[in-house]
Design a protein. Structure first.
Length: 188
């Protein structure tokens, strides 16, 4: 039993020339060239009526679902949309907004650890951020990434005068150190 294509592509002469030029120049991103080749091979207005999906996948080394998605996007949204990557609609909002909350995190990490503790752990910092109502919820990995990013920025801006003397280590739960934190970055 032969399945029929749901999305059939018929390119105009101008579109064919534009896609051929994009592929022959070789200056566009690799994914864009691959998408253009998929469209050119799928074009049913060619003399051979267009290639089958299986032939396109083996010729270009892409998956069948990729060929189907590109054809669908071309039919529904146009050639230009099929050439470009699909825009991500479900991006997560960052837990720490940047300067304000991250600076408070740094200040907390540079301050004295809780009573009975020798140093801050990522779990303690995360719990303290929630307790102080700086964020609703936060993972230890987000805390680690924020500390790492702020430390890199502080080093880049030369806020560390004597790194060996001005760092206070933050330990993860198993006792390993994540790296030092500049005491120059304090929130009062």
């Amino acid at each position: 039993m032969m399945s029929t294509k749901k999305y059939r592509i018929r390119l105009t002469t101008d579109e064919q020339q534009e896609l051929n030029a994009l592929v022959s120049r070789g200056r566009a991103a690799a994914y864009k060239q691959t998408h253009a080749r998929i469209l050119l091979m799928s074009d049913e207005s060619r003399s051979d009526g267009g290639m089958k999906d299986a032939d396109i996948t083996s010729a270009l080394g892409v998956g069948q679902s990729t060929v189907e998605r590109i054809r669908k996007r071309c039919v529904e949204e146009g050639v230009e949309s099929a050439l470009n990557r699909k825009k991500q609609l479900r991006r997560r909002q960052k837990r720490l907004d940047g300067e304000g909350e991250a600076t408070r995190l740094i200040a907390m990490a540079c301050g004295e650890p809780p009573e009975g503790r020798a140093s801050w752990t990522l779990k303690l910092l995360a719990d303290q951020l929630v307790e102080c109502e700086i964020v609703g919820t936060i993972s230890t990995e987000t805390v680690r990434q924020a500390l790492k990013k702020k430390r890199t920025e502080a080093v880049a801006e030369a806020e560390l005068v004597h790194p060996a003397r001005s760092e206070r280590g933050v330990c993860v739960r198993d006792g390993r150190r994540t790296g030092g934190l500049p005491t120059a970055v304090r929130w009062e």
